[in-house]
Ligand binder design. Structure first.
Ligand SMILES: Cc1cc2nc3c(=O)[nH]c(=O)nc-3n(C[C@H](O)[C@H](O)[C@H](O)COP(=O)(O)O)c2cc1C
Length: 371
C-alpha cells in the first residue's frame, strides 16, 4: 500500500512533497533579534532531512514581544538582513519549503532562556515590562504585565503586518501565527489571562476579536496564493479555561477568513494545567477541529514513530504531522520513515550514497557514477 504520509499535500498555492513538518522551535540564539550562524547550522541540518515544510521558530514582531533576549525577531532591517543571509544559503543547497512562525510573547516575555532557569528577568536586571490583555501575571509571584490600551493593540497589529511584509520580501513559502502556549494571542482567547471588560474581553466573541483582527490584517498583507496557518492551544487543560468547543468556533471563524491550516497544540497559559502526556496526546484535538470545520489540521505532540505518523494521516486525524524533539534527535527522521513506509524523498545529491541496502530506493532513482 502506498504511504499517505509520503503523498503530496496542497496548501493554497504551495504543494508539500510529504505530510511531515518540522515544528517551530525557539533556539534562544539570536542577537538583538537577528539570526546568527547557529541558525544557519541548525536550520541547515533540519532542511537537509527533506521535510515537507520547515517552520522557523517563534519570531517576534516587536522587541518586547520576544520571550527571551535571545529570541529571533523580524522587526528591524538588521533582523531581515540576517535572515536573508541564512535563507540564501539554505536555498542554495536545499529545495526545502520554509515557513516562519510570527509571534508575540505577551506576558511571558522578558524571560531567561530555559537552560538558564526560564524565569522572568526583572526590568532592573536587563528585562522589560511585558504587555498582556490584562494586568494578570503568568505566575502569582511575578509583577503584573501592562494591560494593553487601544494604541498598544493598534501598534501590535501593525507590527504583525510589518513582519509579514518582511517575511514576504524574504520569500518565505508559508506563514504561521502563534496563538498558542500562553503567548499574547492565546492570552486574549483564554479567560484565564483575559479579564478585560471592554470589547476585547468577556464573551467568546470579544476574546476572539484581537486574534481575528491580527489574522485579518496579516491575511491582507500576505499574498492570497501563499498559505497562512494558525497554531492554537486547543485547550488550556484547566477547568473554566479555553477549551476544544471554543477552539472549534475559532477555527470556523479563521477558515471563513482564509486560514489554510490549524496547527493543534495545547496548554501554556496556566501552571494549573493537567496535561495527560503520552504518545499523540493532542491528536484527538486535531481530529475534532478537522471533523467539525473541514479545515486542514496539523497534529503535533509526541509523534515519534513512523507507523504512528502514517496512521494519523491515513486515518483522517490530521492532514499533516509536525515533529519537534524527534527532529532534533534524528534530523533524518523523514528519510528513516520513508525507508520504513516505502516512501521516497528528495535527498541532497551529496548524500545519495548513504542509504543501507535494506532502505531500498528511498531516494528514488538515483545513480552514482564512480571511476
Ligand atoms: C526546543 C523547543 C523549542 C520550541 N519552540 C517553539 C516555538 O518556537 N513555537 C511553538 O509554537 N512551539 C515551540 N515548541 C513546541 C514544539 O513545536 C512542539 O509543539 C512540542 O515540542 C511537541 O512536539 P514534540 O513532542 O514533537 O516535541 C518548542 C519545543 C521545543 C522542544
Amino acid at each position: 500500500m502506498t504511504s499517505q504520509l509520503f503523498s503530496p499535500f496542497p496548501l493554497s498555492g504551495l504543494t508539500l512533497p510529504n505530510r511531515i513538518v518540522v515544528s517551530p522551535m525557539c533556539q534562544y540564539s539570536a542577537e538583538d533579534g537577528s539570526a546568527t550562524d547557529w541558525h544557519l547550522m541548525h536550520l541547515g541540518s533540519l532542511a537537509l532531512g527533506s521535510p515537507g515544510l520547515l517552520l522557523l521558530e517563534a519570531t517576534a514582531v516587536e522587541a518586547i514581544g520576544r520571550i527571551t533576549p535571545g529570541c529571533l525577531g523580524l522587526y528591524s532591517d538588521a533582523n531581515e538582513a540576517a535572515l536573508e543571509r541564512v535563507l540564501r544559503a539554505l536555498r542554495r543547497w536545499t529545495p526545502t519549503h520554509f515557513g516562519i512562525q510570527l509571534a508575540h510573547a505577551g506576558r511571558k516575555a522578558s524571560s531567561h532562556a530555559p537552560w538558564d532557569t526560564g524565569m522572568l528577568i526583572p526590568a532592573d536586571a536587563g528585562g522589560w515590562r511585558p504587555v498582556a490583555p490584562s494586568a494578570v501575571p503568568q505566575s502569582g509571584d511575578e509583577p503584573p504585565p501592562e494591560a494593553l490600551d487601544a494604541a498598544g493593540l493598534a501598534r501590535i497589529r501593525e507590527a504583525f503586518v510589518a513582519s509579514t511584509r518582511r517575511a514576504q520580501r524574504l520569500g518565505f513559502d508559508a506563514l504561521e501565527l502563534h496563538s498558542a502556549h500562553g503567548y499574547l494571542l492565546h492570552e486574549f482567547l483564554s479567560p484565564i489571562a483575559n479579564r478585560r471588560t471592554d470589547a476585547y474581553g468577556g464573551t467568546l466573541e470579544n476574546r476572539m476579536r484581537f486574534p481575528l483582527e491580527v489574522f485579518d490584517a496579516v491575511r491582507a498583507a500576505w499574498p492570497s496564493t501563499k498559505p497562512l496557518g494558525v497554531r492554537v492551544s486547543a485547550t488550556d487543560w484547566v477547568e473554566g479555561g479555553w477549551d476544544p468547543e471554543q477552539t472549534v468556533v475559532l477555527a470556523h471563524a479563521l477558515k471563513d477568513r482564509g486560514c489554510d491550516w490549524i496547527d493543534t497544540s495545547s496548554g501554556g497559559v496556566s501552571s494549573q494545567q493537567k496535561i495527560p502526556l503520552g504518545p499523540g496526546y493532542q491528536v484527538h484535538l486535531a481530529r475534532l477541529i478537522r471533523k467539525e470545520t473541514g479545515i486542514a489540521t496539523m497534529a503535533v505532540g509526541l509523534i515519534t514513530d513512523p507507523q504512528q505518523a502514517e496512521a494519523i494521516v491515513a486515518g483522517g486525524d490530521a492532514d499533516l504531522v509536525a515533529l519537534a524533539r524527534g527532529m532534533l534527535w534524528d534530523p533524518h527522521w523523514v528519510w528513516h520513515a520513508a525507508a520504513q513506509l516505502g516512501g521516497t524523498v528528495a535527498a541532497p545529491v551529496q548524500y545519495w550514497r548513504s542509504p543501507p541496502k535494506a532502505a531500498g530506493r528511498v531516494f528514488g532513482d538515483t545513480s552514482i557514477g564512480m571511476r
